[in-house]
Design a protein around this ligand. Structure first.
Ligand code: NAP
Ligand code: MG
Length: 399
């Protein structure tokens, strides 16, 4: 068999620990035998981030912008323990944060459904995608403790030095205060990216906030979504595809989600997205089965697994012990990136290969061949627990 050709390289961002081990296995077993793989390789492993003073992360993000499609392995976000473990000269920032800032992107997380892994909410038949606005709000806040007798005010100082003031609270005892912000530009980019993603997926889009209580802040989000939908041609495009956009209150969105059968995109403000992406992942049955794609308003894509580097398994692996690490989300990161590259390059063979790779992965699990984390939750009667490599070989057999 001749290998499938590629014209434009994928931006390949390697990572850390167990997912770095899986990364190489996926390439060797499932991709390189079939695809004449072209990538521009960036090593985002923590050692190389240290060696390059984290410049490699910025370079990778810029390459992502240039070529349009990247696939990323999970990476360590350093904390104090990692600084010691890797002898870091600095607590380098989260690579995902750096890349997201450069791309100004929105993260869409979607669970992978397989027979046997039953959602905790039995009515869910199709995936629910969470789109998180990853800018501002409490993640870029300013907060203080207050004392009895304090008066807290919002103060905006204009370019001309003029002040606008508004009372928040006069404290008759100790308390707390916080200031948050967002920008029209970021909210507009978020809204456009969500509308484009819904058109691409041909799924309904919901946006939910609390505009009844937050009459300026949350209301601004609601208005921007509505303006862009009405005025930038999305309304017509949605109607053509028979899909819907609507705004609803966040508590109503939660109630609807529990009653729904899935199959839509739920756009969330930053904090709601943080909370509900974990809720959705858990309720669908497995964090190891969650995919993630970062999309910029200009249509730049970065595909990855939603889980981390699976550190505990890596330490077992280093001791020479057998591991059974689930590679499904990382396989789907590769297939997502290859399919998108195929679409952009009009390379139908490459896109078809990506779909076959996904089908073979799901078929392996549905035939009972799976890693131990899935064995623990799957309701299938016949199950064979496989180690990390055996699972990939089972996928290859189907492929
Ligand atoms: P994690 O890597 O997601 O793993 C947490 C636990 O979840 C694992 O110990 C394992 O449970 C289970 N798990 C997750 N993925 C699995 C898989 N593919 N197969 C089987 N089990 C899986 O989270 P963490 O241990 O909190 O974080 C480790 C490192 O990852 C941290 O340094 C963090 O900074 C980084 N991280 C990176 C990203 C990213 O790059 N996108 C995201 C999150 C975290 P058992 O141990 O019970 O088997
Ligand atoms: Mg969270």
């Amino acid at each position: 068999m001749s290998k499938i050709n590629m014209t434009t390289p994928l931006v390949e961002m390697d990572g850390d620990e167990m997912t770095r081990v899986i990364w190489k296995l996926i390439k060797d077993i499932l991709i390189l035998p079939y695809v004449d793989l072209k990538t521009e390789y960036y090593d985002l492993g923590l050692e190389n981030r240290e060696k390059t003073k984290d410049e490699v992360t910025v370079a990778a993000a810029l390459a992502n912008k240039k070529y349009g499609v990247a696939v990323k392995c999970a990476t360590i976000t350093p904390n104090a323990a990692r600084v010691e473990e890797y002898g870091l000269t600095e607590m380098w920032k989260s690579p995902n944060g750096t890349i997201r800032a450069i791309l100004d992107g929105t993260v869409f997380r979607t669970p992978i459904l397989v027979k046997g892994v039953v959602p905790y909410i039995p009515s869910w038949k199709k995936p629910i995608t969470i789109a998180r606005h990853a800018y501002g709000d409490i993640y870029k806040n300013s907060e203080m403790l207050t004392e009895e007798g304090d008066k807290a005010e919002l103060v905006i100082t204009g370019k001309d030095g003029k002040e606008k003031r508004q009372l928040i609270q006069k404290f008759d005892g100790p308390g707390i205060i916080q200031g948050v912000h967002n920008t029209d530009r970021s909210i507009k980019n978020f809204a456009k990216t969500c509308f484009n993603f819904a058109l691409e997926k041909r799924e309904d889009l919901w946006f939910a906030a609390k505009d009844t209580i937050s009459k300026k802040y949350d209301h601004r989000f609601k208005d921007i979504f509505s303006e862009i939908f009405e005025e930038e041609g999305y309304k017509e495009k949605f109607a053509e595809l028979g899909i819907e956009y609507f705004y609803t209150l966040i508590d109503d969105a939660v109630a609807r989600t529990v009653r729904s059968e899935g199959g839509y995109i739920w756009a969330c403000k930053n904090y709601d997205g943080d909370v509900f992406s974990d809720f959705i992942a858990t309720a669908f049955g497995s964090l190891a089965m969650m995919t993630s794609v970062l999309v910029s308003p200009e249509g730049v894509y970065e595909y990855e697994a939603a889980h981390g580097t699976v550190q505990r398994h890596y330490y077992k692996h280093l001791k020479g012990e057998e591991t059974s690490t689930n590679s499904v989300a990382t396989i789907f990161a590769w297939s997502g990136a290859l399919r998108k590259r195929g679409e952009l390059d009009r390379n139908a063979d490459l896109s078809a290969f990506a779909s076959r790779l996904e089908a073979a992965t799901i078929a392996a699990i549905e035939s009972g061949k799976m890693t131990r984390d899935l064995c623990a939750v799957s309701t299938l009667k016949e199950k064979t627990p496989l180690n990390t490599e055996e699972f990939l070989l089972a996928v290859k057999e189907g492929l």
